[in-house]
Design a protein around this ligand. Structure first.
Ligand code: BTN
Length: 288
């Protein structure tokens, strides 16, 4: 039985965090043969490390968790900053062959949001900002990015390996001088004060694996309504990175954003989207 591999340095630190790798492995391995879990004290990026391993011939499904990343990667070539202990940073790597890939990052967001916030109360809940951000949402003017997802793929001899990287702010983070965003990032303990990083990992990981497997079989369509329930852009005035603006109208079955602009309904597959300042609630870009 391939055992989860706890990091030795972490095991000898004065107050080692208890990561529930065994419980995760027990929950996931029956449906994902060959699954392994590993925790590192430090790595440049869990996504980069899984990609290196794939290129070195490692194709087994793997959960790689890091207490700290020295070069965490965000979307669009950005950096992802996270302080050890304040965040949950992990990547799930596995072979995958869905009929279509579009919508995977949205399905991952749905899964994470539902696991961390099943109630989805109106006043304060985890919302989804297309394409792959989790926001702490609910009260006007207080929306904050809570988590981000970075999906990368690589192919070798006809097989495709996907790495799903997830960064979740757990506790209030200290943002270094000069890096402050317009608003401080959100963190999970504002919603669930007693939930720590190991508890959050145990909650999200088994359902995430199921989500990825369901996506592979059925595509994004089963997730459309679930995304819509938490869609923070719905019916709001948004601006696209090419300068177009209009009203957001949800996502289609491919996970593309629908935006009604002056020139008609646009189907936006890739773009940066922000809520227009002064048009609804505040535009909030989180730690990335
Ligand atoms: C984003 O919002 O830009 C995506 C951020 C994704 C960050 C996670 S942290 C774990 C994994 N490893 C990385 O280097 N990035 C992802």
């Amino acid at each position: 039985m391939p055992k989860p591999a706890p990091d030795t340095q972490a095991a000898h630190s004065p107050n080692p965090v208890q990561w529930p790798l065994e419980a995760i492995w027990q929950a996931v391995a029956p449906t994902l043969p060959g699954f392994t879990c590993e925790m590192l004290t430090t790595v440049d990026s869990t996504n980069a490390e899984l990609m290196r391993r794939f290129k070195g011939g490692h194709t087994e499904p793997t959960l790689l968790l890091a207490q700290a990343q020295t070069a965490g990667r965000g979307r669009l070539g950005r950096q992802w900053h996270s302080a050890a202990g304040d965040s949950l940073t992990f990547s799930l790597g596995m072979l995958l062959s869905p009929a279509a890939w579009s919508g995977l990052s949205l399905a991952v967001g749905v899964s994470l949001a539902e696991s961390l916030d099943p109630a989805c109360a109106t006043e304060r809940h985890i919302g989804l900002k297309w394409p792959n951000d989790l926001w702490l949402a609910g009260s006007a003017g207080s929306e904050r990015k809570l988590a981000g997802v970075l999906i990368e793929t690589a192919s070798w001899e006809g097989i495709r390996y996907v790495v799903i990287g997830v960064g979740i702010n757990i506790r209030a983070v200290h943002v270094p001088e000069g890096r402050q965003a317009a608003a401080p990032p959100g963190h999970l303990q504002l919603l669930a004060p007693t939930l720590d990083a190991p508890g959050a990992l145990l909650r999200v990981l088994p359902p995430l694996v199921q989500t990825v497997q369901a996506f592979s079989e059925f595509g994004f369509e089963p997730f459309v309504a679930r995304f819509a329930k938490r869609d923070v852009l719905a019916n709001r005035e948004v601006e696209l990175s090419d300068g177009q603006h209009g009203q957001a109208h949800g996502v289609n079955i491919d996970g593309a954003l629908l935006v009604h602009t002056a020139s008609g309904m646009q189907v936006v597959a890739t773009s940066e989207v922000s809520v227009r300042p002064g048009a609804g609630r505040a535009n909030t870009e989180g730690q990335a």
